[in-house]
Design a protein around this ligand. Structure first.
Ligand code: SAM
Length: 457
């Protein structure tokens, strides 16, 4: 977009559009990245359902606070010209990619450069073995960490893991220690600078871990088309992703690709940002908010709809943290909308016959989780304790890598003396990350208090 057109946009939109240079656009560039436009962005859950809250959209109509100058008529004229100019801009997904690549490749140099807590939220207990693995990661890699949760699941030895949007590689290097030399971790990212930083330290980490053969690979590519990078069907045990899917316009394509490359019984374990509402246009078209992982956030209820459409089990909510925005201007644009960073696990199960409720007993064999396995926000399995679980949880435990760590029996068999709670009623199951984040903020009742050596990141 020409400099003149950008100025016109700024004039029309007031302070909602930042100076181009602020986003790293080369001064004087003749064409390039217009602001993001609704038509080019995925309406969160477009065509996925009907009854969705539109409260923020109504309250934050085009003439709201972020412009807030002049009388009503003038404000209307401003908003009309703003949308006219937006309509002329006609950006495409490729331009969103360019913006994001520029933001993560050129503008940001370290986590502290971010203007919201969205990309570095992770106030949760971290088991000791993960904390130790984190301390082995090279300083430059760690400095460029922009994730929003802890994407280190349990039971990892020998696993093949794919990290979607691996950035500078922090999570890949932690996981490469935990899967061991016979496992493997592949990181894929579309921003060359990020991939370069990640690759630079392969030798450093392999030497540190004492591995003869590197067990980590970094690829340059797009996560909505993994086939392009040669990633084959059913080739990974686990797919992870940390604060990336919100940045991709076509979220369904990403989840579909994750499903394709996962083996049966595998899981997508990922942290991302979710919105409390279907996002209004002002937020979706705000370039900084998009780059900061808020503008492209999925309305949280749409995740379950997408997961079902693709064939995954019901999303299992693991952790959630409310996001804070430390910037008055961005706060004004956001208005009533709230954001949360949440970690979900989505299992791909083989299509077998109908599942049944079961009694399961955790045998305690998982490294770092010997006494208890906090499976998600609803299920914690204590070693040796019998728990009755619903059909889907039973199917997940039977068909995933966790099968070896559980004794699974049909309901009705006589229980041994040490039995735990029975299956949660569906009304008690927490699926809303905002509810979980609120609970954790108030009392942290579902936070494990006795993880050995746990601490907050
Ligand atoms: C918020 S950063 C997170 C990076 C990393 N996961 C971490 O925790 O540090 C988002 C990353 O996603 C990458 N990304 C965004 N869209 C992508 C896409 N469509 N394909 C591949 N990578 C993408 C960006 O290049 C950036 O490195």
């Amino acid at each position: 977009m020409s400099r003149l057109r950008w100025k016109l946009l700024q004039a029309a939109a007031g302070s909602c559009i930042p100076p181009r240079e602020e986003l790293g656009a080369p001064p004087g560039a003749g064409s390039g990245s217009p602001p993001l436009r609704r038509a080019d962005l995925p309406a969160p859950g477009r065509g996925l359902g009907s009854a969705r809250p539109r409260r923020a959209a109504r309250r934050s109509a085009p003439v709201r606070q972020c412009r807030g100058r002049g009388d009503r008529a003038q404000r209307f004229r401003l908003s009309a010209s703003f949308f006219l100019l937006l309509a002329m801009a006609a950006p495409r997904d490729a331009e969103i990619r360019k913006d994001v690549q520029n933001y993560y490749g050129q503008v940001l140099k370290k986590s502290a450069d971010l203007q919201t807590s969205a990309c570095v939220t992770a106030a949760r207990l971290v088991p000791k073995h993960i904390r130790e693995a984190l301390t082995n990661v090279h300083e430059e890699v760690a400095l460029r960490y922009y994730g929003c949760g802890l994407v280190i699941p349990e039971c990892l030895e020998n696993c093949w893991i794919l990290d979607l949007g691996s950035g500078s590689g922090r999570d890949c290097y932690v996981l490469s220690q935990l899967v061991g030399e016979t496992g493997h971790v592949t990181g894929i990212d579309m921003t060359e600078n990020q991939v370069e930083v990640a690759k630079k330290y392969i030798e450093y980490h392999m030497e540190k871990y004492g591995f003869q053969t590197p067990n980590v690979t970094f690829l340059h590519g797009y996560i909505e088309n993994l086939e392009e990078t040669g990633i084959k069907n059913e080739s990974y045990d686990i797919v992870i992703s940390n604060c990336v899917i919100n940045l991709v316009p076509d979220k369904q394509a990403v989840l579909q690709e994750a499903y394709r490359v996962l083996k049966h019984g595998g899981e997508l374990y990922f942290s991302d940002v979710y919105a409390s509402l279907e996002l209004p246009e002002e937020i979706r078209t705000h370039r900084i908010l998009w780059g900061e992982c808020l503008g492209g956030a999925l309305y949280w209820k749409d995740l379950a709809i997408l997961a079902q459409k693709i064939g995954f089990c019901t999303p299992r909510l693991v952790t959630a943290n409310l996001i804070t925005v430390q910037n008055e201007e961005l706060e004004r644009v956001i208005g009533d909308c709230r954001f949360v960073s949440a970690t979900f696990r989505l299992f791909k199960l083989p299509k077998t016959g109908p599942a049944e409720r079961c009694q399961v007993t955790y045998n305690g064999g998982i490294i770092g989780h010997e006494k208890e396995l906090i499976f998600d926000a609803n299920f914690t399995f204590k070693e040796g304790e019998v728990v009755e679980v619903d059909e889907e949880t039973a199917a997940i435990l039977k068909n995933s890598r966790f099968a070896h760590n559980f004794l699974i029996r049909p309901v009705g068999e006589k229980l041994p003396a040490r039995s735990g709670c029975s299956a949660l009623e569906s009304k008690d199951i927490i699926t809303d990350p905002f509810k979980l984040a609120g609970e954790s903020d108030n009392a942290k009742p579902r936070c494990p208090s006795d993880v050995a050596g746990g601490c907050c990141l």
